[in-house]
Design a protein around this ligand. Structure first.
Ligand code: 7GP
Length: 833
């Protein structure tokens, strides 16, 4: 089919060419053609989905010449290339974003109008690829956008999950998971490359021998093989000709799969083997921490890593040549430890398939990889049992043992007699069952290690990787996360984008976010403030309308402050601290119905891992509190509570523009960076937050006076924990706190059932690992200050404008430039339009 292969010739980009022309006339003609020739429909019988597909193909066509040109330039110039290895890409809808990056949003909208199309309905029709859980996966997607925009040659490698993150329904207040079906109606953005496919092997045993020159050789005799097939999605930069590649692998039964040869007479066995192969890329694990020991998860990791490294070697041999220069052509960034097995896989391929000696192979490997850590939570640090590894990846286990043997010898020489340190640093955890520490493998196999915000990068050095830092401090870096202003301002908040452009006098800020500083001088200008408020209110109206149509909560965008917490449900993120504040306000209102208070809408969104009981109970609590408050006429003119079901990229784009207040209230030291904090602030929300992750840097940038800070510092948390934290004392020492927690278990929110929320309350009173009770009072005080300031609109607007004006640092373009300069050593390779 003509649509499945990129053209090898670049069609001339004349305005009249139906597949490349950007004029309104060309777009209209192309749209009609695509509707007819691709979807096989006339307007009269086209479904909404047909209308969307025609739009998607019209846009994709306009990306292909840039894509081919980028590939040609990258190839002929032997451009150094970054390969981003990530098990997750939380992409969000493509169509609107690609229109913006192509610079044709406006003309396309007008073309649509003339064709009598409902442009918004077409955008709504797209099912987003939710191939990630949360922060880590969305960061990978922002980085793909920025890599192309800052013109760095890059390939994103990952897994083409058939089922991405589940869709969330709320039934009777509980989360119910529905399977995601993003591929059901076809995916117009990907191009299958059946010829780009690699075998990936599992199991079996190894055979050691010597070749004629006396060198030792190893043969891995596997007992299962699957095929990884490439599916390519073009990623276009904003306003540039650069298009990078997102290459996701789908698992299939190998081509050599043959009933006769491999399974004589065993028809069922043969089909079963095929299903087993295809299972590998079937579904994304819906946890943002690893689920201990799941064999399929390790298979997935090795699957995409092996395909990707084989592909990199193929590309290198096709272009540059000898593998000795592999690390000069490629740098591979490990997005957390999920792809850390790549260290052993590159070693294996260089030694076993390309006959390279250990030292040469190690040198190349060590100079190819860099590793980003995304969490300090001990339970999220990946380990795999040695027994599982031995069964699934016997050759890799041998290589890991040898890496470890050599590495630990250098530790011993450096720290004479310190066997305790040797045990701590070993790639193998020998305490309890023997397990492989993937973070240690990633560190030992990498040239550079980084955290994702300043505090986090410091904590890495003093906690989980302390010994490694002491041994080679020069390899540790910080790269503070960022988010793309294209998706999170221009696409999601067009009114704000327009206003910014008007007051800055240019739209350069979209590619150079530091230009937002030009707004500062207008922060107190009543003209801007009035417009600013209009834009915010309009976004709140949009959200209120949407929420009333989906779930039925009615919020008043005119009078109410929109106070939003949207992120994965996790105890460390402390959604329950937010709930305790709501309950306090509720009780105050009940005691004094005439309390003159700033009306608030408390809005939540977020999924819980299906097996995370406490997180699911928090969702139920939020919805139960919402039910009582929203139906209590004594208070519901002042406060309302809404839980937005199915928080994903698309729904996030509805929330960020509408927030007055952004809740970033994790226990200090637990949130590595956060990126939602940046998205809210970029859209003019003020932040209530702890000194955690990137909150610290956001506060530094926007100014302490424009940020609502509360709570313990990471250092105070550490000290309190060392002293022995006793939540019980807080519970008994604060009457309001006790009464708020007691109300949770009183039955008020559970139709008389005093047991439903008992696990949550008991856990807080007795353990409280994330110190909700210790920060409760400071949080309430801070919230009271916030209400006071919100009552002074000019002051609030000024703070809001300054927040936006000073967010330049948090563009993912800046993050990518940091990586390129400080870690990767890659120069931009500009492709003109
Ligand atoms: C997240 C962190 O929790 C968040 O603070 C950070 O902003 C984000 O990564 C991007 O760096 N971590 C994950 O999403 C995750 O899955 C487990 O971490 C390894």
């Amino acid at each position: 089919a003509p649509e499945t292969e990129a053209p090898t010739e670049v069609p001339a980009a004349t305005p009249e060419h139906t597949r490349t022309g950007m004029s309104k006339a060309s777009l209209k003609q192309a749209y009609i053609d695509n509707l007819f020739y691709i979807q096989g429909r006339f307007r009269e019988v086209a479904t909404p989905h047909d209308l969307y597909m025609a739009a998607a193909f019209t846009v994709r066509d306009r990306m292909l010449d840039r894509w081919v040109k980028s590939a040609q330039v990258y190839k002929t110039s032997h451009a150094r290339t970054v390969c981003y290895l990530s098990a997750e890409y939380l992409l969000g809808p493509h169509l609107a974003n690609n229109l913006v990056n192509l610079g044709i949003s406006e003309v396309a909208r007008r073309a649509g109008e003339e064709l009598d199309l409902d442009f918004e309905a077409i955008l709504e029709e797209e099912e987003e690829p939710g191939l990630g859980n949360g922060g880590l996966g969305r960061l990978a997607a922002c980085y793909m956008d920025s890599l192309a925009t800052v013109q760095i040659p890059a390939i994103g490698y990952g897994i083409r999950y058939e089922f991405g993150i589940f869709d969330q329904d709320i039934q009777n207040g509980w989360q119910v998971e529905r399977s995601d079906t993003w591929l059901r109606n076809g995916n117009p953005w990907e191009i299958p490359r059946p010829k780009i496919s690699f075998p990936v092997r599992y199991g079996g045993h190894t055979e050691h021998s010597r070749d004629q020159a006396g060198r030792s050789r190893v043969r891995w005799v596997a007992d299962m093989v699957v095929s990884g097939v490439a599916f390519d999605t073009p990623v276009l930069g904003y306003g540039v000709g650069n298009v990078n590649l997102l290459r996701l692998w789908k698992a299939e039964a190998p081509e050599s799969f043959d009933f006769q040869v491999f399974n004589v007479g065993d028809y069922y066995g043969a089909v079963h083997a095929k299903i087993e192969a295809e299972t590998i890329s079937k579904v994304l694990y819906p946890n943002d921490e690893p689920e201990a020991g799941k064999e399929l998860r390790l298979k997935q990791q090795y699957f995409f890593v092996s395909c990707s490294i084989q592909d990199m070697i193929r590309l290198h041999l096709n272009t540059v040549g000898p593998l000795e220069t592999f690390h000069e052509k490629f740098v591979a960034q490990l997005n957390d430890t999920h792809p850390a097995i790549a260290v052993a896989e590159l070693m294996r391929l260089l030694m076993d398939d390309h006959a390279m000696p250990w030292d040469a192979a190690w040198d190349i490997t060590r100079n190819t990889f860099c590793y980003t850590n995304h969490t300090l939570l001990p339970e999220a640090l990946e380990t795999w049992s040695v027994a599982l590894f031995e069964r699934l990846l016997p050759r890799h286990l041998e290589i890991i043992y040898e890496i470890n043997r050599r590495f630990l010898d250098t530790v011993r020489v450096r720290y004479l007699g310190d066997e305790a340190r040797v045990a701590r640093m070993s790639l193998i955890d020998e305490t309890g069952g023997r397990r492989i520490r993937m973070a240690h493998l990633a560190v030992v196999g990498s040239r550079a290690v980084n955290g994702v915000a300043a505090l986090h990068s410091e904590l890495i050095k003093t906690t989980i990787l302390k010994d490694f830092y002491e041994m080679s401090p020069e390899r540790f870096h910080n790269v503070t996360n960022g988010v793309t202003p294209r998706r999170f301002i221009v696409v999601s908040n067009p009114r704000l984008a327009e206003l910014i452009t008007e007051f800055c006098g240019h739209d350069r800020w979209i590619r150079d976010l530091d230009c937002l500083r030009d707004l500062e001088e207008h922060a107190e200008d009543p003209a801007l403030q009035a417009r600013w408020r209009e834009v915010k209110t309009a976004a709140k109206q949009d959200l209120a309308l949407w929420l009333s149509q989906h779930g039925g909560v009615v919020l008043d965008p005119q009078t109410m402050m929109f106070d939003i917490q949207a992120k994965r449900m996790h105890e460390y993120k402390r959604q329950h601290l937010n709930v305790l504040h709501i309950i306090r306000v509720y009780q105050r209102l009940k005691q004094n119905p005439n309390l003159g208070m700033v009306p608030r809408a408390f809005i939540f969104g977020g999924k819980a891992a299906p097996g995370y009981y406490m997180a699911k109970l928090m969702i139920k609590l939020i919805n139960s509190v919402a039910e009582v408050i929203n139906n209590d006429p004594q208070v519901n003119g002042f406060i309302r509570v809404a839980f937005m079901a199915d928080f994903n990229v698309k729904n996030g784009q509805r929330l960020y523009p509408a927030a007055d207040l952004s809740e970033q209230i994790s226990l200090a030291g637990k949130e590595a960076s956060g990126t939602g904090n940046m998205k809210f602030s970029m859209n003019g929300a003020l932040t209530v937050g702890t000194l955690d992750g990137a909150n610290i840097e956001i506060r530094d940038e926007v100014g302490a006076e424009n940020f609502f800070l509360f709570g313990m510092t990471a250092e105070e948390v550490r000290r309190k924990q060392a002293e022995g934290y006793r939540p019980w004392d807080y519970y008994h020492g604060d009457d309001e706190l006790r009464s708020d927690i007691d109300l949770v278990t009183s039955g008020l929110f559970s139709h008389g059932d005093t047991n439903l929320f008992r696990p949550l309350a008991d856990h807080l009173i007795n353990q409280d690992p994330f110190m909700v009770l210790a920060d409760y009072r400071a949080y309430l005080n801070c919230q009271d200050r916030i209400s006071e300031v919100y009552d002074r609109p000019a002051e609030w607007d000024r703070m809001s404008i300054l927040n936006v004006a000073r967010m330049g640092k948090f563009s993912s373009d800046r993050s990518i430039r940091d990586y390129a300069e400080r870690i990767w050593g890659i120069e931009p390779k500009p492709i003109g339009i």
